[in-house]
Structure formats: C-alpha cells, structure tokens
Design a protein around this ligand. Structure first.
Ligand SMILES: Cc1cc2nc3c(=O)[nH]c(=O)nc-3n(C[C@H](O)[C@H](O)[C@H](O)COP(=O)(O)OP(=O)(O)OC[C@H]3O[C@@H](n4cnc5c(N)ncnc54)[C@H](O)[C@@H]3O)c2cc1C
Length: 446
C-alpha cells in the first residue's frame, strides 16, 4: 500500500514527488520506473529516455520560461499563475551550482529580430531561456535523486502495466512482476516514451481524449557562424512560418548553438534530436524544423502516421538519414563521397547519407524547403547547398487527455501529467505539472 503512486521518474514525476514529500513528509510515496537509476543509465539506445530523469537526463537542459512554449498548461491555468509556477520551477533548477546561464529577452534585440523576421515572412517568438547544458542537467537530476532518496520509495526496472479503478475511483497500480500497489491517488507521468501505453490505459478507463497533431520534419545542421548573430542575442531563436503552398504551420525548435545532433531511440523507431554541452563546443549549430500535421475525420491516429514516416526513413537508412540541402534541391541522393565534399562536417557520425525525398511526404518537404529559404533572409547561409538535413525528426505528442485545472481526470484520484498526458512538451511545463498535481492531492488529503 502507498498514499501516492507515481508512474515514471521523469521531470514531471520527480517534481510531483518532491512537492509531496517536502510539504507532507509523512506521506508514503512510491515511484515506479521502468528504467534504471540515474547512475546506471547510459546515453545510448532506449536508455537515453528511460530511467531516473526520463528524457530530461540527457536533454539539452534548455529551460524555456514562457507560457507560450513547451506545453498547453496555459489552457488550464491563468497566465499569471502559470508564469509564477514557471519562475518557481526555474528557482529550483537555479538553486544548483550548475544551473547554467539565463538568456533574458532584451527588448531592443527582440524588436530588431522581429522586424527582420517580418520582412522575411516569419514570426519571431522571443523567449527567456536558461541554458543548463546536457552534462549539468544530468547532475541536477542526480542531485534531486539524492535529495529524494530517503524520503520516497522508488521501484526501478519495473513497468506499470495497469492502472486499476473501481466505481469511478482509482484504487492502485499493477506492475509487470504481478504485484499491485493499492493507493487512493495515482499520478501517471509516463512521458512521450509511454504515450501509447497511456492511450491504451485512457481507453480502458473511459477517459476522454483527443489527438494532438504530430510534428514532422528534419534536424538542420550548419556552421555555427551562420546563426551566430541570432544565437548570441537570444540563444533559442524561435520562428514560425505559414507555408505559401499549403498554409501549414512550420517552426524552428530546440536550437543548439555549438551543439551536436544525436539519434533518439524510441523503441521500435529511431529519430533524430539535438543538444549542446555547457562546457564543450562543436563548430556547428543545429535546430529542428517541424511541420505540424493535424488530421481531420476519419483519421485519428497522428502518432501512427508519424511512426510510419519514421519507419520508412529507418527502413531506407537503417536509422537516421543525412542529406545535403543542395542534393535534396537537385533531386539526387547524398552519397558518402558527396558528404565528404560537404563543408559542414556532420556531428552525428551514425547517419546514412541518403535521400529524404523518398520518405518525407511532398507536403512536408515543400513546407521545409520554403521555410529554409525564408530563414536564409535573416541568417544568410541557411539555404546553402552545404546545410545538412537529418531525418526524420518527429515529435509525438500523446493523445491529449481531458483534464481538470488541477490535472485530475474523470477517474477520481487519478492524475495524468507531463508529456505523457499530451499537455506538456518540455522540461519546464512537465515539472510545473508535477507540482500542480501534488498540490491538488495535498489539498484533498489535508
Ligand atoms: C535529446 C533530448 C533533448 C531535449 N532537450 C530539451 C530541452 O532542452 N528543453 C526542454 O524543455 N525539453 C527538452 N527535451 C524534452 C524533455 O526532456 C521532456 O519534455 C521531459 O523530459 C518530459 O518530462 P516527463 O516527466 O513528462 O516525461 P519523461 O521525461 O519522458 O519521463 C517519463 C518516464 O516514465 C517512464 N515510464 C513510461 N512508461 C512507464 C510505465 N508504464 N511504467 C514505469 N515507468 C514508465 C519512462 O521510462 C521515463 O523515465 C529533450 C528531449 C530529448 C529526448
């Protein structure tokens, strides 16, 4: 038995446990995590996103302090309350020595970049960012593990298989080893990696859900000097573009100045991602360019669609494909010898030179090509033949579960939080969601 069972030890679950144990030290809190403890994890394969720290452990540690970015909590909370919560979470990360550097919004810089963007047909979204860096983010999550260690129970290497409810009320969680933990409160925070499982549980429990769009695209890599003017001023420069041909929403995402491109192993499929270190630099900058694909009736499986596109890329490239923009535009495959002639040196060595036009739908490719040419107007060199495109990058967002303002569900005592609820998409809002659920439980059990 426990007072609260938390499924998943990502930032959402960790912040929920931290809040509960800090405010009510007597509570019996159990975290069930399918992966390993943080010291035992490696940065390869599925372990990159599974284990203590979740996908946050090897993330870039970019904390975006904005109500517009990284999730939809602003639909549940008044803007000022969410901002206060974001500042509260930032203060927790900032309390560690290795908390990195804050890039605030300089109004003059923001106005200048906005004006340039407008002329190029883009919209600039200024954001305040704390950049912790991959190695430091890991250290902070490790510290949180040590702090929480004696206060909660953590069951590692064990998957939760079933959330149990009776008469509309949650009663506990059953684990893959056959044991069940009875509890009046369950917080499910399974992250993106657990999104399919969460969807099946939601269906079983009769929770209302609706699909989120899937974001599909590529990871762009180019010499850091091309983006230097922008990244020096704002670090994470977010641009939105509405494509001429399809009127689709295309956006830059997760910019990593002087960073590296990495493979992201999501179980059966391999996609691409990027990050940067706090104390180590490459010569390149990378960022994702993503198109939001939102489907209408009768199709309601955007996750399946994204998986199918990623599977096609994996089938052709035995993993991630890399292509020079020049080759894509002239309709030819990048080969190993063509890649050797590329003046942008790839930071991801395990990518197969190939042809993205074989796996990305025409619509997505057209959107990406249009946006690259717009970006070239504000950062000349983006549209160079030597710009590298890695594919595919896919952001799966779990089906969005109908939640109340405190992240509780239609099943009494069950909360679903973080990326697995389809309500958040980043470290900050995921962490905030943990605090929100914990506070609701504390209020109800006081
Ligand atoms: C390479 C990379 C870089 C990133 N960089 C950034 C960044 O710079 N800034 C940013 O804001 N975000 C970044 N992100 C995204 C960020 O890491 C996630 O948004 C965040 O970790 C979500 O937190 P979460 O707790 O909801 O889920 P997760 O961190 O995914 O944690 C979920 C946990 O639940 C466990 N789990 C799932 N199902 C079960 C089950 N059935 N039983 C037991 N355990 C289960 C998983 O093993 C996992 O440990 C990055 C992600 C990646 C992969």
């Amino acid at each position: 038995m426990a007072d609260v069972v938390i499924i998943g030890a990502g930032p959402a679950g960790i912040f929920a446990a931290r809040e509960l144990s800090m405010r009510s030290p007597g509570l019996d809190i159990v975290i069930v995590e399918q992966g390993k403890d943080i010291d035992e994890r490696s940065r390869t394969g599925r372990e990159m996103v599974v284990g203590w720290g979740g996908a946050g452990a090897y993330s870039d540690g970019k904390l975006t302090i904005s109500t517009d970015v990284g999730g939809h909590l602003s639909c549940l909370l008044p803007e000022e309350d969410l901002l206060a919560l974001l500042e509260e979470v930032d203060a927790v990360y900032a309390s560690y020595e290795t908390s990195g550097k804050v890039f605030s919004i300089d109004p003059d810089n923001a106005a200048a970049i906005s004006a340039q963007a407008r002329l190029a047909g883009l919209v600039y979204v200024p954001t305040k960012v704390r950049h912790i860096g991959t190695e430091n983010c890991y250290t902070i999550l490790k510290n949180l593990r040590e702090v929480l260690g004696g206060k909660i129970r953590v069951i590692f290497n064990t998957r939760a298989v079933d959330i149990v409810a009776k008469d509309g009320k949650v009663t506990g969680v059953c684990l893959e080893d056959g044991t069940c933990i009875d509890a009046p409160f369950v917080i499910a925070s399974p992250g993106r990696v657990g999104s399919s499982w969460m969807s099946s549980q939601a269906k079983k429990l009769g929770l209302d859900t609706h699909p989120n769009p899937v974001d599909l695209g590529v990871r762009v890599e180019l010499p850091a000097v091309v983006m230097k003017d922008l990244t020096d001023k704002a670090y994470e420069t977010k641009f939105i573009y509405y494509s001429k041909t399809f009127d689709d929403r295309v956006r830059t995402f997760c910019m990593n100045p002087y960073g590296e491109v990495v493979r992201e192993n999501l179980g059966d499929i391999i996609t691409v991602n990027g990050h940067s270190w706090a104390n180590k630099r490459t010569e390149n900058t990378n960022f994702a360019l993503l198109v939001s694909a939102d489907f209408t009736e009768p199709f309601d499986d955007p996750i399946g669609y994204g998986e199918a596109v990623a599977t096609m890329a994996n089938m052709l490239g035995k993993g991630v494909i890399v292509q020079r923009l020049g080759d894509l535009l002239t309709g030819r495959r990048t080969t190993a010898s063509r890649l050797l002639k590329c003046s942008t040196y790839p930071t991801l060595k395990e990518a197969t030179p190939g042809d993205l036009s074989y796996c990305l739908p025409y619509r997505i490719l057209t959107d990406l090509i249009e946006m690259l040419s717009c970006l070239d107007k504000i950062a000349p060199g983006v549209n160079s033949a030597h710009t590298l495109l890695y594919g595919v990058e896919v952001k799966f967002y779990s089906n969005r579960i109908r939640l109340d303002g405190d992240l509780s569900t239609q099943v009494d005592g069950l909360y679903v939080i973080g990326d697995g609820a389809g309500i958040t998409r980043g470290l900050m809002q995921a962490s905030c969601s943990g605090i929100m659920a914990a506070r609701s439980i504390l209020k109800r059990s006081s």
